[in-house]
Design a protein around this ligand. Sequence first.
Ligand code: SF4
Length: 351
Amino acid sequence: MKLLLANPRGFCAGVYMAIDVVEQLVDIYKGRAIYVHHEIVHNKHVVDRFRRRGVKFVDSLEQVPVGSVVVFSAHGVTPAVRRQAVERRLIAIDATCPLVTKVHLEAIRYSAKGYQILLVGHADHQEIIGTRGEAPDAIQVVSSPDDIPHLQIKDPDKLVYLTQTTLGIDDASVIIDALRNAFPNLKDPPSEDICYATTNRQKVVRAIAPECDLVLVVGSKNSSNSVRLTEIAEASGAPAYLIDDTSELEDHWFDGVDRVLITAGASAPEDLARDLVLHLINKYGGEVEQRDIFREDIEFGLPMTLKKFMRSQGVNPEGRRIIRDDAESIDRWLEDRGVAHKTVPMTLGVT
Ligand code: SF4
């Protein structure tokens, strides 16, 4: 069996940062309770690993004792949640991805200029709930073209659209085209809201899936970008499954299968993808070919709220970043385990 390993895959800069935030707090706030508002990132293993180390995940700040430390997840929160944290005298550490914050700021700016905002995304996703909360009277969520006839539009010449950062690029285009048809003077956002990590992972799957018999996406079912990767693989004609780990594999998926693409959503730890690779090689034999398509070098520093808190605890935040496990080091990892492998640089012919 040939395993094609997508690169980039797995953690993005926002997820590295959000996980770093909780890691730092676990390290410097030893023995005291740390609360996280919602899942820090949408991955079962990441959350379970922190839970085992004593971190408490809550759905509401009512569950957080007055004066405690609480982390806002990578998906962002509404201003109402931030106000509630102040009212409860919580020490709030904001791990919102800066690329989500960018969309919040766009929403605030356009609403202040009197625009109505059409927010393309999934209404029940934490990120959309957070962004919508910035200007609830100005924002309407559009999840599909079917929503367009139900929109309440005051002035079709003062309309802008924004998008969730983790949408499928093609799905978003269909909705945006339908919006443009309905409202020809619809304004574009100042820059692309679907983030670089979502875009890169989707482009890689779209490029490689057509040459595979099966696609396995490592990620959790509530991870929007992981679900989109699975849908894109299926649309390319290959059966595709989204799995948290090897325990969810089913033998019949591999009947007659010769080439398998493995990728991972932006919130899925690299060790789970490697476990999957090793499991399949041990079971079916074969070799690994990493397809190296994009080099990602974006990094986000620790949030100001965390740095301030660290200083209050007598900890210098400089140089405190946790070392990240890098997908590029997989060659040595495979070599150490005696797995035949190669890395093949690949260009997509598109930018
Ligand atoms: S997927 Fe994109 S927006 Fe979401 S955390 Fe990662 S970099 Fe940020």
